[in-house]
Design a protein around this ligand. Structure first.
Ligand SMILES: *Cc1c(COP(=O)(O)O)cnc(C)c1O
Length: 380
């Protein structure tokens, strides 16, 4: 039997063109061919992150890139601020705590977002705070935070801002330079249509100056070394060669489509899925929804049944909840290589699943709302 179609917010669908690159005979990384590919990949990342700053590619999943960012951007004893609005933003706090940083948490209930006011208050109450670690698209709740507003506040207090853009890169505009973001973190198995294994970090001049002035001891994830190598198309250690070649191809596809169109496609898919799920009588968790994934509040203890049934009966894989949201929600991923017909696949399978499990009043309202949402867009 074929493996289920992925509609999870990581890993995401990988285009055949990208898979094919990985099946080719291996090349060596200390070659012109590889240097050219890495340089192109970095240009592609700069394009989707709207930055002229260096973007380093690390051999690690997204969390590795997050840890690298914390270690390099801070030094022992510093106070940092973390917005904690879900499982992934908790990770910023956990990493910071492991390195002995004093962590000030600005929290909001899961599904909500941190307000600029609460972030401003945290800075006022902790005048020495050096870095704000925050999450653009909180994948565990499907919520999108206003990192542009947070960046303005951090700047006012002479602090840096590091943003987890792991599921916003590609789904939303991430205006790194315009918003003044100092570190922007991404991962390969999310918006850039690759298997897992690569992380990446864009770094501002301010971020690099702070690193040079003092940071935690670090070896493998030395970002200054990574930037110096990257400028020559190199990596300090053996990179995941095939993934870098695939990244170059995937970003080439995104550049051909154009970032405006990529973001518009995610907006169309996200809006349509939200309309469909709501028409099925379900409630959305996120107050401000991200176009990466839709978190759906599920009745009673049906979440586990839904994810199992949709996979077994329809060959569609969606995600459940994490942490305290386990058993309370399901998450439909629409981040990456998905078009309108893919959304028909996941929405109709979801609606049929609810129907099979007796959780639906009448079948068809969801798919009809999906159709209308796309139609409203095309006639606008
Ligand atoms: C997936 C994800 C991560 C973690 O990435 P890994 O690749 O699993 O290490 C971190 N933050 C967000 C918002 C994510 O969606």
């Amino acid at each position: 039997m074929r493996s289920p179609k992925l509609f999870t917010p990581g890993p995401t669908a990988v285009p055949a063109e990208v898979l094919e690159i990985q099946a080719r005979p291996l090349i060596h990384h200390r070659t012109e061919e590889f240097r050219r590919a890495l340089t192109e990949a970095m240009r592609g990342l700069q394009y989707i992150l709207n930055t002229k700053q260096p973007v380093v590619v690390l051999t690690a999943s997204g969390s590795g890139a997050m840890e690298a960012t914390v270690v390099n951007l801070t030094k022992p004893g510093e106070t940092v601020i973390v917005t904690e609005v879900g499982k992934f933003s908790e990770r910023w706090r956990e990493i910071a705590e492991v390195y002995g940083l004093r962590v000030v948490v600005v929290s909001a209930e899961y599904g909500q977002v941190a307000t600029p006011d609460s972030v401003g208050r945290a800075f006022k109450e902790n005048p020495g705070a050096t870095v704000l670690f925050t999450t653009h698209s909180e994948t565990s709740t499907g919520a999108l935070q206003d990192v542009e507003a947070f960046a303005n506040i951090a700047r006012k207090h002479d602090a840096l801002i590091a943003v987890d853009a792991i599921t916003s890169a590609g789904a939303h505009h991430v205006r790194t330079d315009e918003w003044g973001l100092d570190a922007v973190v991404g991962g390969s198995q999310k918006g850039v249509m690759l298997p897992p294994g690569l992380g990446y970090v864009a770094l501002s001049q301010r971020a690099m100056a702070k690193m040079r002035a003092g940071r935690h001891p670090v070896y493998y994830f030395d970002l200054l070394k990574a930037v110096a190598s990257a400028e020559k198309g190199d990596t300090p250690y053996t990179p995941a060669i095939t993934l870098v070649l695939a990244l170059e191809r995937a970003l080439q596809m995104m550049r051909e489509e154009g970032i405006e169109n990529v973001v518009a496609r995610h907006d169309a898919n996200g809006s349509a899925v939200r309309a469909a799920v709501t028409a099925m009588g379900m409630k959305l968790l996120a107050a401000v929804p991200s176009n990466a994934a839709t978190a759906v509040l599920t009745p009673g203890d049906s979440a586990g049944q839904i994810t199992k049934h949709i996979e077994k009966r329809y060959g569609v894989k969606i995600a459940g909840g994490q942490g305290s949201l386990k058993g309370k929600i399901v998450r439909i991923g629409h981040l990456g290589y998905y078009d309108e017909s893919d959304m028909y696949t996941v929405v109709s399978a979801f609606e049929a699943t609810l129907n099979d499990l007796g959780l639906l009043k009448s079948f068809g309202a969801g798919v009809e709302a999906l159709r209308r949402s796309y139609q409203a867009r095309s006639t606008r």
